[in-house]
Design a protein around this ligand. Structure first.
Ligand code: UDP
Length: 257
């Protein structure tokens, strides 16, 4: 039975980083290549889902959704509910990589600009000596290339497919191809490969610890303002319970499990 907190209709699991790792392992063991979906919702996800019903439905079908951002923690607190800790996307990614290194799970990296997934693979395999990244592909492809990517993934049948195409593209891509992908789990991964490859630097640890990484990212990439401007509206919606999806989708069972 899952323990989730629902924020404006989007369910997010009340788990620690270690528990997220354990759940992922269980999914790998039980999935039998049925592509269980793992997401990391943040405020932008939740606000996009308020307008995009397809995305909203996809988020409700995850097998695990980790609390990615400070905004999600605040959203829960405003409802007097609490996540045990925040799990930034890259932190979850690293947990799964550690487990894969220990237990031999195989990994495929899909996404990022030309060469980024390749550098990520090289860096990780230098750090984790037993890690088996069986394939990588960059994230800008046409329909023809997409068929080839899916064919390759299905030939390799990795335990974990990390998809880093940005949200909501990556979640929609996973959902669209879920039935044909022969992987145990597929996880949406946003900009993680850019960090792992050293293309974008993460904020210093103390900035991460005080929950101000969003401000750091904003200073580095001012174009992100368009995405972060939704934060005040998000808080207002929660406080005044202006959840338009309430009632409409609340009774829909979470189909991910
Ligand atoms: N990306 C991609 N294909 C696309 C669009 C984006 O591979 O068609 C990659 C992009 O290169 C970047 C990532 O997706 O590495 C999105 O990163 P972003 O920081 O926007 O994601 P977030 O973590 O904010 O969801």
């Amino acid at each position: 039975m899952r323990d989730t907190i629902t924020i404006l209709g989007v369910p997010i699991d009340r788990v620690t980083r270690n528990q997220a790792g354990e759940i992922t392992e269980n999914l790998i063991k039980q999935s039998n290549k049925t592509c269980k979906m793992i997401f990391a919702p943040n405020v932008e996800f939740i606000m996009t889902a308020q307008k995009d019903k397809e995305f909203f439905e996809i988020l409700k079908q995850s097998s695990l959704s980790t609390p990615d951002s400070v905004g999600v923690m605040i959203g829960a607190k405003l409802q007097k509910k609490y996540f045990p800790e925040r799990i930034p996307g890259q932190s979850y990614f690293r947990k799964v990589i550690e487990l894969a290194n220990e237990k031999g799970y195989t990994i495929y990296l899909l996404g990022g600009k030309e060469g980024v997934a390749e550098i990520t693979k090289k860096n990780l395999q230098q750090e984790f000596k037993n890690l088996n990244i069986v394939g990588v592909h960059q994230g800008y492809f046409n329909e023809e290339e997409e068929k080839e990517i899916i064919r390759e993934i299905n030939e390799l049948q990795p335990n974990v497919l990390f998809v880093a195409l940005g949200a909501p593209k990556q979640e929609k891509w996973i959902q669209k191809h879920k039935n044909e992908l022969k992987v145990d789990v597929a996880a949406g991964q946003g900009g993680t490969f850019d960090y792992e490859a050293g293309i974008i630097k993460r904020a210093p640890v103390f900035i991460q610890k005080i929950g101000m990484e969003w401000l750091w990212r904003l200073c580095k990439q001012p174009s992100r303002i368009k995405r972060q401007i939704v934060l005040p509206l998000y808080l207002i919606k929660i406080v005044f319970k202006k959840d338009k999806t309430k009632g409409k989708f609340d009774e829909i069972e979470n189909k991910g499990e």
